[in-house]
Ligand binder design. Sequence first.
Ligand code: GDP
Ligand code: IMO
Ligand code: MG
Length: 422
Amino acid sequence: MANTVLVGAQWGDEGKGKIIDFLTETADIVVRSQGGNNAGHTVITGDRKYVLHLIPSGILRPNKQCVIGNGVVLDPVSLVEEIEGLRAVGIEVGSNLMISDCAHLVMPYHRALDAAKELAKGKLKIGTTGRGIGPTYGDKVARTGLRLADLMQPEIFCQKLATRVEEANAQLVAMGAQPVSFEEIKEASLAAAEKLRPHVVNTVLYLHKALQAKKELLFEGAQGTFLDIDHGTYPYVTSSNTTAGGAATGSGVPPHRIDSVLGVMKAYTTRVGEGPFPTENAVISDMLHGMGREFGATTGRARRCGWFDAVSTRYAAMVNGIDEIAITNLDGLDTLDVIQVCVGYKLDGEEIEVPPSDYQRLSACQPVYIELPGWNTPTDACKKFEELPKNAQSYALKIAELTGGKLTIVSVGAHRDQTILL
Ligand code: GDP
Ligand code: IMO
Ligand code: MG
């Protein structure tokens, strides 16, 4: 039984939701271990499109267990909305969804602080999703957070909430922002609490029993390697460990029970929000946007696009321990005659081995490109690797080779059946 961690190897939106959905067919349990509803994971089945934010993408398949682990931050009101949205389209959300009582709560004052801080940063803003993620993880680390276990005990929750609202309001007012209402938050949170209660358990215990029973776990990473709080392009990152190690701390599953790490990467690169992006390219951005592609699943923002960056994916392979590679959106390059791939960075005239740790030097890096021939043929109907045009096969194999890892999946469209297993 292989327990697999799936991570994004770039800046998020690599197509993780689609690959998770594909792999869930053979897994037993899908686990989210970090991030919150800043994530937007798209899955298309038949003629229906789902965008999942907090609930593991495994929920779309019957008889699969889904776990929201301790490392996730969740907004109880929007989680209830997500659950009800799925039920409204006939997806069962009952005992198949378990939520850790240690997950931290995103409260409206976190969202208000997220917005106020972004505004105060002016040109240096991060370009967050506005979901209150940074302030919530900030409270967690400062040991002033509220957890789902608190929300399950209304009296304790209200006591703690009163203090937090007072502190947050002082900060909001000092920043020139509107204060939030204790009463409104209390009412909305307690109403959501009752709807969430049946799902709230000690997920660590559940997962350990599942391991004993030899169930197969699939960890659904959110965001991507270069949005990781430690390994990403700090401070233009999210506030959790998006890399493979986060799966263990964020779920309570011991690291040695993880058997493999699958890195998902687009055949090109995208990034949404601010921050350095060495291979960003206006021509490829315009081409993809012109095809109606690369608009954010959570915020609708146009994603910045660029060439495939093997320097950064090689680093991602190292940090995550990527053994297997899934390449998505290969079809996005179908109309090109020549494709560029970044194989090195030059900084101050010298070639460097890994991306510099600080964003100023990373921003100053000049990508070194090689050119690979395009295939100028649609690939979206290909069902087998051998059916892909020869140049498309070579391209996929080359970027896997440059990254370092075994190419196991190639995705040529957003639908479940547009997935090639090698
Ligand atoms: P995630 O956050 O990593 O799950 O990725 P998103 O769902 O935010 O963004 C990926 C986008 O690419 C979504 O619109 C997917 O439906 C789409 N997608 C995923 N794989 C492919 C692919 O191979 N080809 C095409 N055309 N679209 C894809
Ligand atoms: P999925 O799981 C792409 C980006 C934001 C911003 C930075 C910080 O769909 O791949 P935050 O709201 O987390 O404080 O924003 O991180 N970001 C994502 N970009 N995909 C995501 O998730 C993202 N989640 C956060 O755009 O640059
Ligand atoms: Mg996304």
